[in-house]
Ligand binder design. Structure first.
Ligand SMILES: *Cc1c(COP(=O)(O)O)cnc(C)c1O
Length: 225
């Protein structure tokens, strides 16, 4: 059995409280495929934010989560599922296309709520990943910022899977530069969500202030379940 409590305590000790820019570093537990019991163990051990990938899983587990953590959505989100999430998600990390932003805006306005979102950037230009290209980020943010009932709070990215630290550092630094540039235009920017179990140290060193960890908290996911 995975020592979830031990993993969380160790991580909370390892993750620096502040990144080199002096911003607090937030830990989001990536809870896809985890049981409510295991998620609650992580929360008990000190996790304050949890991030879901699948709407059905989120709905099934919603009432079983204890300790009132912040609820984030970090996975690819189908437009027709947005209606199940409105008013229940504290931060949407993965706004990766314009029609998703429009649907979130429309549904939030209709429900009389404001939704906090991050704009996802496909920093590695990978076909397998969603998000706006880096050089479309300015246009995307300008268009999204004009939509009602959304509070655009920053950027999110997933680095490519590679061991080449040079490549990873260059991409992470490019994300931070873009974040700083856009923060000059949108002062409400406060989150740069970048870093998973394999690359979070490098990401925080390069200026990420929000990391999303699954494996290093819960152990390897069992995709056979
Ligand atoms: C699963 C997932 C993570 C966490 O991945 P690990 O490598 O297990 O830490 C982070 N972000 C997103 C969007 C994910 O889907």
């Amino acid at each position: 059995m995975t020592d979830i409590e031990g993993n969380v305590k160790k991580l909370l000790g390892e993750i620096p409280e502040f990144n080199p820019q002096g911003e607090k570093v937030d830990l989001v537990a990536a809870v896809k495929m985890q049981t409510p019991e295991d998620i609650n163990r992580a929360i008990c051990a000190g996790v304050r934010m949890i991030g879901d990938n699948h709407v059905q899983e989120f709905k099934d587990k919603y009432d079983l989560i204890e300790g009132s953590p912040e609820r984030h959505f970090i996975g690819h989100l189908q437009t027709n599922k947005v209606k199940y999430l409105i008013g229940r998600i504290d931060l949407y990390h993965s706004v990766d296309r314009m029609n998703l932003a429009e649907e979130l805006s429309k549904r939030s306005a209709a429900a009389g709520v404001e939704s906090n979102i991050l704009v996802q950037i496909n920093i590695g230009n990978e076909e397998s990943k969603g998000g706006f290209e880096l050089d479309r980020a300015d246009d995307a943010c300008r268009a999204i910022s004009a939509l009602p009932a959304l509070n655009m709070q920053g950027l999110m990215a997933m680095l490519p899977f590679t061991d080449d630290e040079g490549v990873l550092c260059r991409l992470a630094a490019a994300m931070r530069d873009k974040y700083d540039e856009l923060k000059g235009i949108y002062p409400q920017f406060r989150h740069l969500s970048m870093g998973m179990s394999g690359d979070w140290k490098l990401c925080v060193e390069c200026g990420s202030n929000m990391i999303r960890l699954g494996t290093s908290i819960f152990g390897q996911r069992n995709y056979n379940n």
